[in-house]
Design a protein around this ligand. Structure first.
Ligand code: RFL
Ligand code: PHB
Length: 391
């Protein structure tokens, strides 16, 4: 088997890349370790930047997103029992964000690719990369017990933070920048109407809490917890009690409760791999970097990477120019580090850190007070949250 671009991973990065390449007449094969159903049901991100939505709509995969996505013109920051609006649209000259579940977007992308004759091979096991520094790299894998070889012009490593592509770059040819946070998020989906129209980020002495939503019937909520928290220790009653304590504001607002449909714990860390390319391998999305979810940036950053990569590959195939490919990592990393900074800042401002003293807590509250009372500070948050412009 041969293809122009071999893509490892059918997450947002791999599928958006395959879609963008096909629009340029560039052929790709996507190799995905999991079953299609797993990919289409795994609950993860929810917030799409304006630029992500625009790209999906302009390229013909935004029809359901436009219909079912929830358009938001602001978010709220809550502390000391009061909620404070950050009017995103007003502060950014008209930009907004859309809440639409990542797995719903993946369903749309998979359907679009398959209908266009695209090849996505699910349950591709034992993927390994070969001859990355030659002009004929290859991917070996097993499918249905059979060993297969896909030779490619280029390989896109879109297989997330636990994939095989990142470690395929020889250790001496990559540098890893990392920060681990001493906490995680316990996330739930609840069958309950979201009683606030906006996403609410809450700083509380018992720890951070986040109120979000998926539809007029489904609320998505998160609690700061230990990084290795066992969900078995969290009965539904305990989760609601803790959410109530952290989210209830002095005007009496509290989230509606309902049956909990799903529970999961995510550790929080920041990672960047430099450079994001080696020979004919290009890393994109979580394979190249991880951000803590407090800025709602991971999926959006994955999409930003593959926009750059699709353009660079089109430059190569259409006009035979290599320079955009050569500059891929440097171009992406400028955005990556700004997004890392923003995600770290949101995380540091909103979470309780073990070992923090009363000074640190007063400083966090002063920061929240500043961000919610200074138009300049609120604008800085807003322009990052809706998404920095693409270069
Ligand atoms: P993904 O989504 O992890 O996809 C990688 C795919 O590769 C497959 N794979 C392999 N395939 C073949 N061979 C192998 N050896 C393979 N190893 C792995 C995997 O099965 C998978 O299908 O990476 P990608 O495409 O880079 O996308 C990144 C995003 O998924 C991630 O950054 C976001 O979910 C992060 N995130 C958020 N991002 C946002 O932009 N907005 C948000 O609101 C937001 N909220 C979140 C989040 C992530 C969260 N968790 C659970 C980590 C909220 C949470 C709780
Ligand atoms: C979500 O709705 O899942 C969500 C919202 C905001 C975040 C992270 C996740 O920062």
């Amino acid at each position: 088997m041969h293809t122009q671009v071999g893509i490892v991973g059918a997450g947002p990065a791999g599928l958006v890349l395959s879609h963008l390449l096909s629009l340029q007449g560039i052929e790709s094969v996507v190799l995905e370790a999991s079953r299609r159903q797993y990919v289409e049901e795994r609950v993860r991100a929810g917030v799409l930047e304006q630029g992500t939505v625009d790209l999906l709509v302009e390229t013909g995969v935004g029809e359901r997103l436009k219909r079912q996505g929830l358009l938001h013109h602001g978010i709220e920051l809550s502390f000391l029992g009061r909620r404070h609006p950050i009017p995103l649209t007003e502060l950014t000259g008209g930009k907004s964000i859309t809440v639409y579940a990542q797995h719903e977007l993946l369903k749309d992308l998979i359907k679009t690719r398959l209908e266009a004759g695209g090849r996505i091979l699910f349950e591709a096991e034992g993927v390994s990369l070969h001859d990355l520094d030659s002009t004929t790299p290859a991917i070996h894998f097993r499918q249905g017990g059979e060993l297969k070889r896909l030779s490619c012009d280029f390989i896109a490593g879109c297989d997330g933070s636990h994939g095989v592509c990142r470690p395929s770059i020889p250790e001496g040819a990559r540098r890893v920048y990392e920060r681990v946070y001493p906490f995680g998020w316990l996330g739930i989906l609840a069958q309950a109407p979201p009683l606030s129209p906006e996403i609410i980020y809450t700083y509380h002495e018992r720890g951070f809490a986040l109120f979000s939503m998926r539809s007029p019937e489904i609320t998505r909520l998160y609690l700061q917890c230990a990084p290795d928290e066992d969900t078995a220790n969290w009965s539904d009653a305990r989760i609601w009690e803790e959410l109530d304590r952290r989210l209830t504001t002095s005007d009496g607002w509290t989230p509606a409760q309902g049956p909990i449909l799903q529970k999961g714990v995510t550790g929080m860390h920041s990672v960047v791999i430099e450079p994001m390319q080696y020979g004919r391998l290009f890393l994109a999305g979580d394979a190249a970097h991880i951000v803590p979810p407090t800025g709602a940036k991971g999926l959006n950053l994955a999409v930003a990477d593959v926009r750059v990569l699709a353009k660079a590959l089109a430059g190569y195939y259409v006009s035979g120019r290599r320079h955009l490919l050569d500059e891929y990592s440097a171009t992406c990393l400028r955005r990556v580090w700004k997004v890392q900074r923003f995600s770290w800042w949101m995380t540091s401002m909103l979470h309780r850190f073990d070992g923090d003293n009363a000074f640190d807590q007063r400083r966090q509250l002063a920061e929240l007070d500043y961000v919610t009372s200074s138009r300049a500070a609120a604008t800085a948050l807003a322009e990052n949250y809706v998404g920095l412009p693409m270069e």
